[in-house]
Structure formats: C-alpha cells, structure tokens
Design a binder for this molecule. Structure first.
Ligand SMILES: Nc1ncnc2c1ncn2[C@@H]1O[C@H](COP(=O)(O)OP(=O)(O)OP(=O)(O)O)[C@@H](O)[C@H]1O
Length: 439
C-alpha cells in the first residue's frame, strides 16, 4: 500500500520510565542489539528500536506507573531478548511496536512551554475557575441540586470509576439525564490540573463525536464535571461482548470514522488546537444508535500557539500501549500523538484485542506488532476479531490495517493527519458497501 510504503522507522524509542531512565535505557540497548533490521512488507527501513514494558490492561495510574513499568521491563526483557534471538531472521521490525505496557501515567520531564492562554486557569491554592469559565456550560447546579440529582451520590447510580474520580448517572430537576464526574477527595491537590484541563477544554467544544460539557461545580472540596450522558457503555465493553450483541464490521468502521471526526475537530477546527492525549477504547462512549463520542479530556492539552511552533514540550501523559513513542522519547507533543493512539485503537477495533495481552503467546502479546507481522505476511484475514461473524474481503482489511499501521508509524512525520485518516476510512467504507452490494 502506497501510504505504508512511506513508512520510515528511524528513531530509537526510549523506555517509559524516566525516573529509572538510565537503567531502562541500558536494558533496552542491550536488548536491541540482537534486533534484526526490519523491512516492512513494502518498504520498511526498519531501524527502529523500542521499549518493552508489559502490563496486562490499560488503567490509569499516577506517577508510580513509572516504577511498575520498569519492573515489568526487568521481568519481561528476557522474553523479548529470547524472542528476538529466536526470530532474528524474520523480516519484521520487532522494536517498532513494542510500546506495550498499558497504564495511564504521567511523568515529570522537560519544563512545560505552553504559552499563557485566556482559557488556562492560573494556579491558585484554592483553585477557582476563571470568571469566564464559570459562565460556560448550560447546566448550573449548586451542591444541594447535585446531591438531589445523584441521590447523595448513591452507589446505585455509579456508572464508572476512573483516575479522576467516580462517575454517576444523574437526573436533573428538569428530567434531563446527565453524567456527573466527582473528583476524588484524597487526590484534591492532584486534581487541580486534571479538573481545570477537562473543564476548560470541554467548554470550548461542540461536536457530535465529542462528549459535551454541560457544567461544573467547584465548591469547597467538591470538584464535579457535568457532561452529557452517553447511554451505551464504552467501546471496550462492546469489544469484550459485555453489552450484548457483538459489533459488526460496519459498526466498527463507523465507530472508527466517528472517532476520527471527533479528533479532526479537536486538531483542526476547535478554536485552538486541542490534543486529547488519552485516546483509547475505554474513553470512547457509544450512543444507543452506536455512534461514538470521545470522552475524558483530563489529559488534554492545547497545541502549539504560534504558527512557527511545531510542538509543545510537556510531560508524558497517556495510557501506555497507546502512547506515541516519539513523544515518549522527546517529550514533544503534537496532534500526531493522537494519530498514533488512533492507529493502536483501529487495530483494537478490528481485532478485538487490547494493545497488550500478556496471556497470549509471546509473539502475539503486543497487538500492534502481531498485526504488523500478519499484515506484512499478507495474512490480514487472520487478524479479524473471531467474534465478528461477517466475512470481509482481504482487500478491505488490507486497507484498514495498512492505514492503522501508517497511523502508528514510529516517526510522527510518517503519520497522516486525522482529517486524512477520516477521509481514508470513508473511502474504505464506500468500498466495503459496494462490495456488499455486489454480494
Ligand atoms: N458521559 C458519560 N456517560 C456515560 N458514562 C460515562 C460518561 N463518562 C464516563 N462514563 C463511564 O464512567 C467510566 C469512568 O470514566 P472516566 O472518564 O472517569 O474514567 P476512565 O476513562 O475509564 O479511566 P481514566 O480516566 O482513569 O482513564 C467510563 O468508563 C464510562 O463507563
């Protein structure tokens, strides 16, 4: 495929753990010495070396993740080492797709260089929203109204739990159903950034593929974010078969297109560019008609402000397994980091597999790498989620996996932008519909 033919794998990707950066580097360097060059099936100039940390499934953790990631690396490096020796003659870049641990995390690194913006909340011990923000959102509640709506934060109304806090389904006095995210009290100080980030960014966006902010409460020790309620669970739950009917191929394609549209809006059409930084299947919520909305802007960040700036330098945040290796290595964040995560997500949507599955045979544990191998061997039909009943033509699958792999290219310059990704997915869907009509 032409797009994939442009892939270049040239950077050495460094392990997640900055606290133990040096040790991690040494491990990886030792490991990577045994790596064979990795030509892609078309034109892959594989020199990429990557990190090798495994955990079983994505979950948000704090800075301690760095330590656990290193621990995983220490335990699992021998597996990689062995594997690489065993398969040194394969025509595949092992290291390119080894970004594999799966916890959300953040790491202190280079100083943040985001220019001041009228939307950013200045740090303050009491943490209050700017006057501008306090007028945003169409739902204005005080704490007693919130208590009524959530029946005093009744566990029976709890619909989820994340790094920021607990999410409740709530009914307002006017009958509207909303989701209320309540910040964890014990993380009061840590929440300041995440809360302000989420509120500021959500307040500025209005797109059918992005979860809408309706209001917020910042009172005493309460941090509450009120958003539209999206009733049909997360994409991950659907892929796991926890929500009844298994997603068919067309639904999966449409979900991918919706996510691409939501991200395109954030990157290109929002008042200021917004980089989500935590694109993953558990942050994609589905409506009853199976349309997708991107949620959870807790890690989102404004993109470069000046036209001559190519990136912002900032802490590494996100979920391991979906994290852009170039961002991890350089601390340089661009919209292409979301494109990388989207590539991982697209593989997940089509295969049903999480980015990292430790219970699999070693060569299948990193889903992206496994998919790349199959793609390279022209065996894409073996990648399709076995729960999906339809038979999809190899040509269509080839295009989808080719696009996903292009999105997850190790070098950001090789990744398409989200707008192009959406267009490509549309074209693939049109091909698919035509092929269905032909029977
Ligand atoms: N607007 C919403 N409508 C319906 N359900 C929601 C909504 N927002 C969140 N949820 C549910 O609550 C769960 C927790 O959401 P939250 O964004 O707090 O955490 P997360 O994304 O799962 O984890 P983390 O923030 O640690 O990455 C989601 O997985 C989802 O099931």
């Amino acid at each position: 495929m032409e797009m994939v033919a442009t892939l270049r794998a040239t950077s050495e990707v460094i392990i997640v753990n900055w606290t133990f950066q040096q040790i991690g580097r040494e491990l990886l360097q030792k490991d990577s010495k045994d790596e064979s060059p990795v030509p892609d099936r078309n034109n892959y100039q594989g020199e990429e070396k990557n990190d090798s940390n495994f955990v079983s499934r994505p979950e948000k953790v704090g800075i301690l993740a760095a330590g656990s990631v290193l621990a995983c690396c220490v335990f699992l490096c021998p597996c990689f080492y062995k594997k690489r020796r065993e398969t040194s003659d394969t025509a595949l870049t092992k290291d390119q797709y080894t970004m594999d641990s799966a916890s959300s995390f953040e790491v202190n690194s280079a100083a943040e260089k985001i220019p001041a913006s009228p939307y950013r909340v200045p740090p303050s011990p009491r943490f209050s929203m700017s006057p501008q923000l306090s007028r945003l959102g169409s739902v204005h509640l005080n704490m007693s109204q919130v208590a009524r709506a959530t029946r005093n934060f009744s566990p029976s109304l709890q619909i989820g739990e994340g790094g920021f806090g607990t999410v409740y389904k709530a009914q307002l006095d006017n009958g509207h159903i909303v989701a209320i995210k309540r910040g964890k009290k014990e993380q009061f100080e840590n929440l300041r950034t995440e809360f302000s980030s989420e509120v500021e960014l959500l307040a500025k966006i209005d797109h059918r593929n992005l979860v809408k902010l309706l209001g917020y409460v910042d009172q005493g020790h309460e941090r509450l974010i009120i958003t539209e309620y999206v009733p049909n669970g997360t994409l991950r739950e659907h892929l796991d078969g926890q929500r009844g009917k298994i997603l068919d191929f067309n639904q999966r394609l449409e979900i991918a297109i919706d996510v691409a549209h939501g991200l395109t809006y954030l990157h290109l059409y929002a008042e200021k560019q917004i980089i989500h930084r935590d694109v993953k299947s558990s942050n994609i919520l589905l409506t009853e008609s199976m349309r997708a909305k991107v949620a959870d802007f807790g890690f989102a960040k404004l993109g470069p402000m000046e036209s001559d700036e190519t990136h912002i330098s900032t802490k590494v945040k996100g979920t391991v397994g979906y994290l852009d290796p170039e961002y991890m290595k350089t601390y340089q964040l661009t919209a292409k980091s979301d494109v990388y995560s989207f590539g991982v997500l697209l593989v997940e949507i089509m295969t049903g597999r999480r980015p990292v599955e430790l219970k699999r045979p070693v060569e299948e544990r990193v889903t992206l790498r496994w998919a790349f191998n199959k793609y390279n061997d022209r065996r894409v039909t073996e990648l399709v989620d076995p729960l999906m009943v339809e038979v999809v033509g190899a040509d269509i699958l080839d295009k989808i996996f080719g696009l996903a792999i292009q999105c997850a290219a190790p070098i950001r310059a090789d990744r398409p932008d989200m707008k192009l990704v959406g267009e490509q997915l549309w074209a693939i869907r049109a091909d698919y519909v035509r092929s269905m009509r032909r029977g």
